[in-house]
Ligand binder design. Structure first.
Ligand code: ADP
Length: 259
């Protein structure tokens, strides 16, 4: 199979321009092209303001591109859809719903019968290790648990891609590592593609099959690194150190050139 025929998401020469308050344009993205294959785990990493969130929003269908095209299975993305699940940094759970009700929400919107959605929500919570907390409200859960609920909520509708915007940035370092390990397990079990935005080199080196380094003003792709290291990756190994150094070197190049 050629890379083009296995491409799930195709971002073709996309530019995104926002109008500032005074009417002046901000080029959040300029001529960005990126293909993401089925089942791939891609991290986008950057200095801030390089348009990573904009790129995720275009794939999610929250925004139409100013120029260029974003397609999914070869068809232009017209708006949000269940095949593209989104997980934000701030959980975005409904405070008045239990974990199970939060996970069930998308299924309810789609008119699934009560007994089926209850079962699917419990299955999704089990997958993220939270079956025991199904009847708790968000304020009764830790940050890491809330983020697991957000992942379960995205997974319950069986999306083809998960779009994750710095999902683990708000939790402590230990929890973050556990969440990363759990995400890798879920990725392998489900075959879902993942596009994961991070500022964290260690996180990208631990998770990704590909690391896309972006640069700012305007947002562009500076490097696209294939990471062949097998999973699970050992943070203490010399291979991991080399991987970290390679990503860090490309980021430093980008920042040096920008300066
Ligand atoms: P990142 O996620 O990499 O930090 P964003 O996609 O959020 O980048 O933003 C890229 C650029 O576009 C930034 O300069 C930001 O200020 C600008 N921008 C983002 N959203 C808007 C908006 N709605 N209106 C105006 N400018 C925006």
């Amino acid at each position: 199979m050629t890379p083009a025929s296995s491409s799930l998401i195709d971002i073709a020469t996309v530019s995104q321009i926002y109008a500032g308050r005074d009417g002046s344009p901000t080029w959040a993205l300029r001529d960005v092209s990126l293909q993401i294959a089925r089942g791939e785990f891609v991290c986008l990493i950057d200095p801030s303001g390089c348009g990573k969130t904009t790129l995720l929003q275009l794939i999610a269908g929250f925004l139409p591109p100013t120029r260029g095209a974003v397609t999914f299975h070869g068809r232009p993305i017209q708006g949000p859809g269940p095949e593209r699940g989104v997980v934000f940094q701030d959980y975005a759970l409904f405070a008045w719903m239990t974990a199970r009700q939060n996970v069930e929400f998308g299924l309810r919107m789609r008119g699934q019968p009560r007994s089926l959605r209850r079962k699917r929500a419990l299955d999704a919570l089990t997958r993220v290790g939270l079956a025991h907390a199904a009847d708790k409200y968000p304020h009764e859960l830790s940050g890491g648990m809330r983020q697991r609920v957000a992942v379960a909520r995205a997974l319950v509708v069986e999306p083809e891609v998960l779009l994750m915007d710095e999902p683990f940035a708000a939790v402590d370092a230990m929890t973050r590592q556990t969440l990363q390990e759990d995400l890798l397990r879920l990725w392998r079990e489900t075959g879902v593609s993942i596009v994961f935005v991070t500022h964290n080199i260690d996180e990208a080196a631990f998770l990704a099959q590909r690391v896309v380094v972006m640069g700012a003003h305007p947002g562009t792709i500076k490097a696209d690194l294939t990471i062949a290291a097998p999973y699970p990756r050992d943070r203490g190994s010399s291979e991991f150190g080399a991987l970290y150094a390679a990503i860090s070197g490309r980021l430093a190049d980008t920042e040096r050139r920008a300066a």
